[in-house]
Ligand binder design. Structure first.
Ligand SMILES: C[S@@+](CC[C@H](N)C(=O)[O-])C[C@H]1O[C@@H](n2cnc3c(N)ncnc32)[C@H](O)[C@@H]1O
Length: 188
């Protein structure tokens, strides 16, 4: 965790992350620099520099981008045919073997109203979290961007450990988002 923080600070020296009680905490003020990027064309697209920041924390891990929208990378999954995803699938049934991935970077529609913007049914977040837990290898990491702090232990269904919490601020009058980073833990 400390080497991840040092790498991040090297890439983003003006941005705040630290370790508190064994997990990462931080605040990223990313700014409203959308001009010229795909963000002004795709509803709910990642704010400027968000993915660069995630990569700066996890430079050694190859991510599956879940709910990937316009993200252009090797492993991208979305159910919207208008997205750039290479894997067209429903995040409630991730087409990967159990215990096979090291990192998932997820950006679900945050609300039912958001889902209607993509013509997709509302996301059952508990079911998707369970799917992420299934396909991650033990100690694999889930980076989940949302408006809520998601429940990360649920009955005997899934069990994550908290790895990080980072507030993402774009600018005034925008929703403030929370990155919850979870580490796959043994079943209870
Ligand atoms: C907040 S947007 C993600 C945008 C992305 N971060 C970007 O920068 O382009 C949410 C995405 O989730 C997709 N989506 C909604 N429900 C889904 C589901 N059940 N399975 C897979 N993708 C889904 C939508 O098509 C949309 O692209």
């Amino acid at each position: 965790m400390e080497s991840r923080i040092s790498h991040f600070r090297h890439k983003f020296p003006k941005s705040h992350v630290c370790i508190v009680n064994g997990h990462i905490e931080g605040v990223w003020i990313v700014g409203n620099t959308y001009r010229g990027s795909y963000s002004d064309k795709y509803y709910g697209a990642y704010p400027h520099s968000y993915l660069d920041r995630v990569t700066a924390l996890f430079p050694d891990l190859k991510p599956l981008h879940l709910f990937s929208g316009m993200v252009d990378d090797d492993l991208t999954l979305d159910m919207n045919p208008n997205s750039k995803a290479r894997i067209m699938a429903d995040a409630h049934h991730i087409p990967f073997k159990s215990d096979s991935l090291e990192l998932i970077v997820a950006d679900p529609p945050y609300t039912k109203e958001d889902a209607t913007r993509y013509g997709t049914p509302p996301v059952k977040k508990i079911v998707v979290l369970r799917e992420c837990w299934r396909v991650l290898a033990m100690n694999g990491l889930l980076v989940w961007l949302d408006l809520i702090y998601p429940q990360f232990c649920f009955k005997d269904w899934f069990n994550f450990k908290l790895y990080g919490l980072i507030a993402v601020i774009v600018s005034t009058q925008h929703r403030v988002r929370l990155v919850t980073i979870l580490e796959k833990n043994r079943p209870k």
